[in-house]
Ligand binder design. Structure first.
Ligand code: FMN
Length: 203
C-alpha cells in the first residue's frame, strides 16, 4: 500500500494512480494544505491561471461520474478536485499577480506588458497557454498528494461541457484534469516508464 513519501524524489518514485479509496474523510485542513502547496507551482510570468473546485457532496460526485463515462473512482473517492484554467478571471484581475514589492512604475509597465501579450493572442491561444500552465499545478498536486499519503487518479476521460454545467465553470475555461483523491484502498499498477536513454539526448 502507498505509504507517506518523505521527499519529492520518493513521491515521484512511489506515486501511481489509485482508483479505490478508504472511507477515511479528507479534512478541511488537509485539503487546504494540499491546495496551498499546489499553488506554489511556478508559471510563466507568475500568472497562476489555475482554479480548483473541491467536490465532497456525494450527489455532485455522482453527477460528475455520470459525465465521466461512469468511471467509478469519481463517485467512489472522498474528494474530487476539478482543476481548470481560467484566463477570463486571470485577465480581469491582472493586478493581483504583479509582485507587491515592485515600484509603481514597474507595476504599471508589467500590467501593460501582460495586457499587450494576452491581448495579442486569440481566445483559443490564451486557453491553450493557460492549460499548459495549469498542468504544472496538476503535477504538483499529484506529487504533493503522494507525499502526504493520499492516492490520486488524474482523469481526462470526461465530457467537459457537462462537467462545466454541473460545477458552473465558465464556458471559456479549460478543464485541465479531474483528480479523485483519498486514502488509498488499493496499490494501483506498478509503474511502467521510459528509460532516460529512450527519451533524452545529451549533446
Ligand atoms: C492528464 C491525465 C489524464 C488521465 N485520464 C485518465 C482517465 O480518464 N481515466 C483513468 O483511469 N486514468 C487516467 N489517467 C491515468 C493514466 O492512465 C496513468 O497516469 C498512467 O497510465 C501512468 O500510470 P500511473 O499514474 O499509475 O503512474 C490519466 C492521467 C493523466 C496524467
Amino acid at each position: 500500500m502507498l505509504t507517506k513519501a518523505s521527499s519529492a524524489a520518493d513521491a515521484a518514485m512511489t506515486r501511481r494512480s489509485v482508483r479505490a479509496y478508504l472511507d477515511t474523510p479528507v479534512t478541511d485542513d488537509e485539503l487546504h494544505s494540499l491546495l496551498e502547496l499546489t499553488g506554489r507551482a511556478p508559471s510563466s510570468r507568475n500568472v497562476q491561471p489555475w482554479r480548483f473546485i473541491v467536490v465532497r457532496d456525494q450527489s455532485i460526485k455522482n453527477a460528475l461520474e455520470d459525465a465521466s463515462y461512469g468511471q467509478k473512482q469519481v463517485g467512489g473517492a472522498p474528494v474530487v478536485i476539478v482543476l481548470y484554467a481560467d484566463m477570463d478571471d486571470t485577465m480581469a484581475n491582472l493586478g493581483e499577480i504583479v509582485h507587491p514589492d515592485v515600484t509603481p512604475e514597474k507595476r504599471a509597465a508589467t500590467l501593460a506588458s501582460l495586457e499587450q501579450s494576452f491581448g495579442a493572442m486569440s481566445a483559443e491561444e490564451r486557453a491553450a497557454w493557460a492549460n499548459g500552465q495549469a498542468n504544472i499545478a496538476l503535477g504538483y498536486l499529484l506529487l504533493i498528494a503522494a507525499s502526504k499519503g493520499f492516492g490520486t487518479a488524474p482523469m481526462l476521460g470526461f465530457q467537459a461541457d457537462r462537467i462545466k454545467a454541473i460545477l458552473d465553470i465558465p464556458a471559456s475555461a479549460t478543464i485541465t484534469a479531474m483528480v479523485a483523491l483519498g486514502r488509498p484502498g488499493e496499490d494501483g499498477f506498478r509503474s511502467h516508464r521510459h528509460a532516460v536513454e529512450r527519451i533524452t539526448r545529451f549533446r
